[in-house]
Design a protein around this ligand. Sequence first.
Ligand code: GLN
Length: 547
Amino acid sequence: MARFIFITGGVVSSLGKGLASAALGALLQARGFSVRLRKLDPYLNVDPGTMSPFEHGEVFVTDDGAETDLDLGHYERFTGVAARKTDSVSSGRIYSNVLEKERRGDYLGKTIQVIPHVTNEIKDFIAIGEDEVDFMLCEIGGTVGDIEGLPFFEAIRQFSQDKARGQCIFMHLTLLPYIKASGELKTKPTQHSVKELRSIGLAPDLLVCRSEGPIPQKERDKLALFCNVRPDAVIAAQDLSSIYDAPLAYHREGLDQAVLDAFEISPAPRPNLERWEDVSDRVHNSDGEVRIAIVGKYTQLEDAYKSIAEALTHGGMANRVKVKAEWIDAEIFEREDCVPHLEPYHAIIVPGGFGERGTEGKIKAAEFARTRKVPYLGICLGMQMAVIEAARHLTDMTDAGSEEFDHEAGKKRFTPVVYHLKEWVQGNAKVERAVDDDKGGTMRLGSYDAVLAEGSRVAEIYGTTKIDERHRHRYEVDIQYKKLLEEKGLTFSGMSPDGRLPEIVEIKDHPWFIGVQFHPELKSKPFEPHPLFRDFIRAAKENSRLV
Ligand code: GLN
């Protein structure tokens, strides 16, 4: 039976609760325990699938096809445990389940209320698969005191009462602001935040306090006294130069020991931190730098491409180089020559995206990379752009385009080398979809197998011809153009097992030009960089030595 750790936040948002949870998961693993991490989000969207990347950051897709919060990406990158549909839930999903049950008559005519119906739904969610792991870490999104968060806080309070004594602990993350004028670290906001928690029946066992510098003993003692925690359960979370230092930093601060103490696990198994020592060493000891241009649409918010940024860092760690990724708005290339913008870079990525805006600029970036022999990685929309570019410039299909843009414009303007897929095979089942289906969750989502051509560059990079990768898209490259494009040098080197859907294209006569219909960045980890990112950065490094 699992032990539960509930992670809440106070004072302000964006304190790195997800990162703290992920790092704690990694530390418990280092002590030999199995873990699973979950995120409970108070917003009313049913899932983040339809939320703007500008507002909410990237949508993280799981193997089983759930569109989830980007914190699940942190969880996977730190623990290597593949997240599932059942690891992310929002108020929207909880309410939608409750209302569905109410309509079906499952509640036998009872009046439906937040307590117990909504809280029971949350508790059932938390308990899913509880027998599978030693520790279940559940992060509650938002900040204590938010109106939307209340049913979640109430549910975890009840949950801990339902369980045996000592089976659940609460970890609260806060901020200790530093007042320059008086040279003081202030504990009052944390005291208030804990007071707020206690007023709803939750008493934290551990306080994790973000601060710019170390927390002096005097402040620790004060926090312990006023917040009713043990002094060694006040953990400092200082700003770090790399997120991948977090497990070691939290370990030095005694976080994992304090958690084991709170559960009265004694003697505590000794941790093996070799993995994280190696990761830290690679982050801080690199030789040289490669500059990567990411030509996309959502360039204002770095979190919109969080997993790509991380996967690039992992690729850099594998090759012992620093990766300097810069985001370029693709629309600029529709007004200005792309050459001076792209020339300073050692490699180019065109990432995933939706809608027509910026696509002509992305096609220009693909053309630049192909003709100038600069390493190019096209991800999802980025692969579609590379195919359209090749069709326009290597064949006589000058009006090649994607049906996505025709649908958006409401008229036919392009020869659709990329078309809207309406039925496909997943495992042994057929999936069907209409053009005007709901926007939420109607894509080809989650893990699908692909077969790689023997002797192709990708087969060499992966070291196998059978792979599975995560997808999130509606449109597909049309195989009726396969032969023509292959004759012109764009090889379809990865296909769905039934041979109908192109998964990878590559150009042989080029230092490194690969487009993938899936999202390799979602599966990269610092201790296990994704083969495509590892090799892409190797190629960028090679290019950097040439220029
Ligand atoms: N908009 C494209 C599609 O739906 C690509 C999606 C993506 O890049 N994730 O097929």
